[in-house]
Structures are given as C-alpha cells and as structure tokens.
Design a protein around this ligand. Structure first.
Ligand code: NDP
Length: 451
C-alpha cells in the first residue's frame, strides 16, 4: 500500500523536531503537525526562557558582589517588561530557526492539531487525512494543577513568561525542579517569595545532603520556605489571593504559582481508540525502542513519561530514527543521565544518590561542603557541596553530586567519567585544577562514611 508519507510526526517539540529532521535527512518523506509554535516546552515554555530568567535574576547578586570586590555600582531596578520583550524576541528567533531547519530538510509542515485515526492515518483539525507508514507521537506534557480548592486562581509555569508585571508577593506551591528554580529566579528579581511544599524536604528523589543544602541556601537568600505545608483553601480577597495553609496560616499573595508536576499530552487524540495503550497517568506505554502497542506507532519524549528532560527526548527521537529508518535497532540509553537543577546555587547530579546506593551494597561516601573562595572573600556564609558515592567493592563512582554556582557545567564533564565507569582512583589520579571548587572532586582522600 502506498502511503502519503514514510513518517508523520505529531508534535513539534525537541523530540519530534529532531526525529523529523534526521529521518528527512536520511531520505524519508516526512510530515510534522504542530498545533502551537515550533520548539515545544523546552524552547517556548521551559528550559530556554527559564535559563534566560536565571541569567536575569543572577545580576542582583552579582551587583552586590561587585560592590564587595571594590566596584562602585548603582544597581537600579529590574525592568521586567523590558526583559520580557527581549525574551520573547529571542523565543521568536528560535522558533523561526526550528521551522527553517525542518523546511530546509523538506519536511511538510502542518500548523494544526492532529489526531490518530488508525494505525496509519492522521487527521488534521480541518478534517484532512494523511497516511504514513510510521507515525511518531511527540506531543510532550503540560503543567498539571493541584485539585486544591481555588486552584484556578493560580498560574502555572506556562504563564510565568507572560506576566504583565512581577508580583510583589508570590507564593509557589510544590517542591520539585520547577518550584525551586522559580523560587530562586523570582527572589533574585526582587520578589518576596514564599514556598509551600507538602513533604519534609524539597527535591524528592535527589541526594539528601544536596536537598538539605539547597533548602538552606534558598532560605538564606530570603525565600520563605515552609515544608510539611499544604494549601487548604485559596480565595480572592481584598488583599489579593488569600491562602489558608495546613501550617495554620492565612496569608495574602499577589500571585500563586502552582508547580505540582506535569501531565502527558495524550488526551483527545484518538490514541486508545486506535489501540495505543496509555498507563494510569496518561503516558503512552512504549517498549525499549519507543514502539507503542500499535506496531506502526511510536512515541518519544514527555508524552511517554520516562525521563522528562529535553536531551532525553532528543536521544529517544534519534534512536527511533535509527531503529525504523536506519536499519539499526537502537534502544535509547536511560542509564546515568547527568542533570542540573537551576536553583541558585545550581545542582548538578549524575548516578545514584547516597540513599539509593545504600540499598545496593557496600559504599563509601566522599563529601565536602565548604565556603567557596569567591563568596568567602565577601564574608558570606554560602556553602557549596562536592560529593562522590563509591562502590566499596569495585571502587566505581556510582554517583556524583554537586551544589555550587556552575554545577550544571561541571556535571556535564563529570558525567562523562561516571558514564565511562571511572573508579575513585581514576578521579584521584586526575590532577586538580587550582584554584577551583571542582578540584575537590579529585582531592577527597578519606571517606566521610562507610555504609
Ligand atoms: P516534579 O514532579 O519534579 O515536582 C512536583 C512537585 O509538586 C513535587 O514537589 C510534589 O510533591 C508536588 N506535588 C504534586 N502534587 C501535589 C499536590 N496535589 N499538592 C501539592 N504538591 C504537590 O514536577 P515539576 O513540575 O517541578 O517538573 C516536572 C518535570 O520537568 C521534572 O520532573 C523534570 O523532569 C522536568 N524539568 C527539568 C528541569 C531541569 O532539567 N532543570 C527544570 C524543570 C523541569 P512530592 O515530592 O511530595 O510528590
């Protein structure tokens, strides 16, 4: 049977765009449908605008530091509308780059929502249908909102980049990546930030010492962080949004940011009707090669809810192309993924946390938390953390955890060593780069604990 296309991709985010581009480059006839703008969460509502906001927010601290280092600085005020205009101009530029990349490879672009009709057919919003030998679902995810009463008064991370003005008093609900990153960003921009997290410590799933230090540094920077605290009610009142919380307080805020997790974009797409299985959270069920329960339909990225990170979606997209169009079955490798949390200070982490490693055999823990030269000079008490979790038998470094300015950059490089299976002794025989914070990773000779 002749199909209109070899590949039809639904979703123009990181995973979908990469798969479409690489498949087309290899000679496949490819189409892609996107209902919104090209670039997806990462470029339009996530990593990229978030990181630009991190840069913007860091200047308040840098200017304070500059004074400590002898500069005469007149810091002035942060001009949010001016920054926001530049931010959106940059996002427009990036979207055009994505669109042009696809067009240059001959990908047929449909600016439309698309749904699955059957194993080989896609229907666009105007009713037109296209057939394809293979269909790739790469529709990503969206913020989920808590079911707390009055949650409709809150905003999500999607809305942050479009605020008309910075709120004077902001409440952030949640304790994950997004909640902690935005707490630091808005604090740096001068906002009075309160954060409510229902658990005992933020950043569940990460190494406990990392979580502890990040929480401490967030509080030091002026974020009013309350753990073990749930929102009970939210109502619009005279003073703003009035929030009653489980810690017994009733406080007013100008804005409430709900950062309580994300949901796969899989509803209302004809997936289950066509035989594509979803799990109970709505994520598309896939095998190691990203193939769904319908053999001609594959899925990559956040809609599969495996590891929800941009580089992972891109790798999954490329592995899919190698498998289906390259004659080389390739399962994306989800082991030892380095990742960063752009709090201030940043977290960089790869491999097992101490708590995870403890359950898997004897370990040694090498850890140092210290005041870095740059801020110690200013008389600050800010601390950084360098930590290695080592297998006592094989000496392999199982986990590397860093809390420090620039930790994201550091962990990318340490991640190579850990991925290669480096031992503690490999770290030790690497010469220190002096004076740096990261040199601590190769100069910690005595374990602080054995477990
Ligand atoms: P996370 O799953 O990381 O965090 C969700 C947070 O909300 C948790 O603290 C969770 O608490 C809390 N929560 C969940 N439900 C409720 C509820 N009903 N009431 C109150 N609190 C609730 O999600 P995020 O939205 O922060 O991030 C989503 C994903 O996006 C991340 O997992 C990550 O993969 C990706 N991401 C990556 C970034 C990066 O690489 N730097 C940056 C931003 C996002 P609990 O811990 O108790 O479950």
């Amino acid at each position: 049977m002749a199909f209109d296309f070899d590949l039809f991709v639904i979703g123009g985010g990181s995973g979908g765009v990469r798969a479409a581009r690489v498949a087309a480059q290899g000679g496949a006839r490819v189409a892609l449908a996107e209902q919104d703008r090209y670039g997806g969460t990462c470029v339009l509502r996530g990593c990229v605008p978030k990181k630009l906001m991190v840069f913007a927010s860091e200047f308040s601290g840098l200017m304070r530091d500059a004074v400590g280092y002898g500069w005469q600085v007149d810091a002035g005020q942060f001009d949010w509308p001016r920054f926001r205009a530049r931010l959106h101009a940059e996002l427009d530029r990036l979207e055009a780059v994505y669109r042009d990349l696809l067009a240059a490879r001959g990908v047929s672009l449909y600016d439309s929502r698309a749904r699955l009709v059957d194993a080989h057919t896609v229907e666009l919003a105007d009713g037109t249908r296209h057939s394809a030998s293979t269909i790739l679902i790469a529709t990503g995810g969206r913020p989920s909102v808590a079911d707390a009463p009055g949650a409709a008064l809150g905003i999500t991370s999607d809305d942050v980049f479009h605020l008309d003005a910075l709120p004077a008093r902001l409440l952030i609900v949640g304790g994950g990546y997004i909640a902690c990153e935005f707490a630091c960003i808005f604090r740096g921009m001068g906002v009075e930030v309160t954060q409510y997290y229902r658990g005992a410590q933020v950043l569940r799933g990460f190494d406990d010492e990392v979580r502890g230090l990040v929480a401490e540094e967030m509080r030091q920077s002026g974020i009013d962080l309350h753990t073990g605290t749930q929102v009970l009610t939210m109502e619009r009142g005279e003073q703003g949004i009035e929030v009653k919380a489980s810690n017994g307080t009733l406080r007013s805020f100008d804005q409430v940011l709900l950062a309580v997790g994300r949901t796969p974009n899989s509803s209302d797409m004809g997936l289950e009707e066509a035989g594509v299985k979803l799990d109970r959270r709505g994520a598309i069920t896939v095998d190691a090669y990203s193939q769904t329960t319908v053999p001609s339909v594959y899925a990559v990225g956040d809609v599969t809810n495996r590891v929800n990170l941009t580089p992972v979606a891109i790798r999954e997209g490329m592995a899919f192309v190698a498998t289906v169009f390259g004659g080389c079955p390739t399962a994306p490798d989800h082991a030892l993924i380095p990742t960063a949390i752009f709090t201030q200070p940043e977290v960089g982490t790869v491999g097992l946390s101490e708590e995870e490693a403890r359950g898997r055999g004897a370990i040694e823990v090498y850890c140092n938390s210290f005041r870095p030269m740059r801020s110690a000079f200013l008389g600050r008490h800010a601390r950084v953390l360098m930590k290695l979790v080592v297998c006592a038998d094989t000496r392999t470094v199982l986990g590397c955890h860093i809390v420090a300015p620039g930790a994201g950059e550091m962990i990318q490089l340490a991640g190579i060593a850990v991925k290669m299976g480096a031992t503690k002794e490999d770290f030790d025989r690497t010469m220190a780069v002096h004076p740096t914070m990261a040199e601590e990773l190769v100069t910690m000779h005595e374990p602080v604990r054995r477990a």
